[in-house]
Design a protein. Structure first.
Lengths: 399, 229
């Protein structure tokens, strides 16, 4: 018997039970749709994160200091190179950090402090993330300004109440981004806006010295360093390491990350996220397959008489097996195609109307479609085999 | 055409073993129109299943159309059913989702005939049973008599060596039943071999020869050809 006839027969049987077929497919439709959409969201997030890291330039080093107790002052640690608090923690001052600039391999240094404070403009209130920086920070992370100026040395020295705001924050507080020379209140204190960042962030950037005071942070917990050029990144990292080790005598209290490591870490996190999302969606696909098997088993029982008639007029076991198997695969395959179509539709909506970054990939689409067909074969095999094994006389006398 | 020798078929009923067929010998020649008659429980249904290759005997030899099919496998029997036997059932057994023409073409699909040949052949046989103008109707849109004619057309479609009819008039009123019997007579005159299973003596009386079966045994050789080969 010709395969075209088998496929035609399958479509006829599916079409004969339109609503039931659609409900059966629904599991696969949802499964394929969620696999493609979730994977696309995962990959879109990865892409946007890696893009933003790459945009900061490859010469950057970021240093994080653990604020917990260092435990002990090691031998050979001279009192003059560290300031010890009552609890025995070593704290780093801005001057210590800025002294790193003396190293030839290091071009820019900026201690940073960050936190979250209430920002108020007119009657609009919001909680914004605050970042205290030195002027070098703009060069380290390649900051671009939409208008105005960045924090300058004088601001840091004088603890001037000036700030640079992200475009989104400006939009939220003032309704537009043309806000230079406007004033706002951070935690009750009046600030003048001197610049607007050319990105969609909602961060408020202020002089490091003032931020440190407002966030009540005494020691430095993170700072950024930029190497003079790409070839001196390693030398800069060594210099920072030497400096920190001299200070803490314990390399577990601080961590230095270069951009490459940062990218790797982010990629690892986001790919784990993608795999998890894909896995969850894969499970729903599996559940869809079980739904297909369930309906195919019902269908075999319902059509026992039909199977008997077909066998009586010359259908072989193979013909019946193929008929039901093809039906199951066509069912799951159609579900897969519909799921892909809906998935791409949903991705378009997410991208166009919700501003999410999604990265649809043909590989994921093929995989999802292939897997749904595979599910059709696996879960169709048992019902199809059951149908093919019916004895013609038993099947004919079934009512 | 059909030679059966010492055919035995047993069924288990709980702990008892019941012989539905207890050593049946039958000989049917080509172009014969024979009825097999017996009351319900006589074993005639079992006999029809074995003649029709739907079931196999436990003992005995069965030669069909010159082939010893006693030890045929399920697949080989399916081929015999498809190519050499045309079934007509009491319940018509048409597929309800298919049109009359599609029902008639079904055995031809399993024979692997091309679509154009199938269409031509199905029109021929539907015309033969007088239903050409109804070929696009589904069984539910046809009367019982018409459905049975479609079933007969389906049986004829593969140009079988044997037409095996199981109580073909059992679900029809007497007038349409008579029409269907008339059609069988015409098909017989055209050279077809027909075996008709019935419990109705009046139907059996219309066939040139009747084989009586009772308690799993053939009662009387109604024809001189009950000779063993």
């Amino acid at each position: 018997m010709n395969p075209v006839e088998t496929v035609k027969m399958a479509f006829k049987a599916i079409w004969a039970n339109k609503i039931r077929s659609f409900l059966t497919m629904l599991g696969v439709i949802i499964g394929v749709m969620s696999v493609t959409v979730l994977m696309a969201i995962g990959q879109g997030t990865t892409a946007s994160v890696t893009d933003s890291i790459a945009a900061m330039g490859t010469n950057m080093l970021s240093v994080t200091i653990q604020t917990r107790r260092t435990g002990f002052g090691g031998p050979g640690m001279s009192r003059s190179t560290r300031s010890t608090s009552a609890k025995g923690t070593v704290s780093l001052t801005a001057e210590d950090v800025l002294a790193l600039k003396d190293d030839a391999s290091i071009q820019y240094v900026s201690p940073t402090v960050s936190g979250s404070l209430t920002v108020k403009a007119g009657s609009t209130n919001t909680n914004a993330s605050i970042m205290g920086v030195y002027p070098d920070y703009a060069s380290i992370v390649n900051t671009e300004l939409a208008s105005g100026r960045y924090i300058i040395d004088a601001d840091v020295e004088n603890r001037s109440a000036v700030c640079v705001v992200g475009a989104e924050l400006a939009e939220e507080l003032f309704g537009n981004t043309n806000v230079v020379d406007n004033t706002l209140h951070v935690d009750g204190r009046k600030f003048r806006i001197v610049g607007v960042l050319d990105d969609s962030s909602s961060t408020l950037v202020m002089p490091f010295t003032l931020a440190q005071r407002m966030l009540e942070s005494t020691s430095i917990t993170s700072f950024y360093v930029s190497a003079a050029d790409a070839s001196s990144v390693d030398a800069a990292q060594t210099a920072v390491e030497r400096f920190l080790y001299k200070k803490y005598q314990d390399d577990s209290t601080y961590s230095i990350m270069n951009q490459e490591e940062m990218l790797e870490a982010m990629e690892e996190t986001t790919s784990t996220l993608s795999m998890m999302l894909g896995g969850i969606a894969g499970i729903s696909l599996l559940v869809g397959g079980i739904g297909i098997m369930n309906i195919m088993l019902v269908s075999v029982t319902e059509r026992t008489r039909e199977i008997g008639i077909r066998k009586a007029i010359g259908a072989k076991r193979r013909n019946i097996l193929l008929q039901f198997l093809v039906e199951s695969v066509v069912l799951s395959g159609m579900g897969g195609v519909l799921g892909l179509v809906l998935g791409y539709g949903l991705m378009h909506v997410l991208e166009a109307y919700m501003g999410m970054q999604v990265a649809a990939s043909a590989g994921v689409a093929q995989l999802a479609l292939g897997f749904s067909m595979f599910v059709g074969v696996v879960f169709g095999l048992y019902p199809a085999n059951k149908a093919s094994k019916l004895k013609p006389i038993d099947a004919l006398h079934y009512s | 055409m059909i030679v059966m020798q010492g055919i035995r078929k047993e069924y288990r009923m709980g702990d008892n073993i019941v012989a539905a067929l207890d050593g049946v010998d039958i000989h049917i020649r080509p172009h014969e129109f024979v009825s097999i008659i017996g009351p319900s429980g006589s074993g005639k249904s079992t006999l029809m299943n074995i003649i029709g290759c739907l079931d196999t005997a436990d003992e005995g030899v069965y030669r069909f159309d010159g082939l010893d099919i006693t030890d045929y496998t399920e697949n080989e029997l399916a081929t015999i059913r498809g190519r050499k036997i045309g079934f007509v059932f009491q319940q018509f057994n048409l597929l309800p989702k298919l049109t009359a023409q599609e029902n008639v073409e079904l055995p031809l699909i399993y024979q692997g005939m091309s679509a154009s040949k199938r269409h031509k052949r199905s029109r021929e046989v539907l015309e033969r049973v007088g239903l050409l103008e109804r070929m696009h109707h589904k069984p539910t849109e046809l009367s019982g008599g018409q459905q049975q004619r479609v079933a007969i057309a389906r049986a004829l479609a593969g140009d079988p060596s044997l037409i095996l009819a199981d109580e073909p008039t059992g679900n029809l009123d007497s007038r349409t039943g008579a029409d269907v019997m008339q059609l069988f007579h015409e098909l017989h005159e055209a050279g077809n071999t027909i075996v008709l299973i019935t419990h109705d003596a009046q139907i059996a009386a219309q066939t040139p020869r009747a084989i009586h079966i009772h308690d799993g045994k053939v009662l009387e050789p109604a024809h001189e050809s009950e000779v063993i080969i």
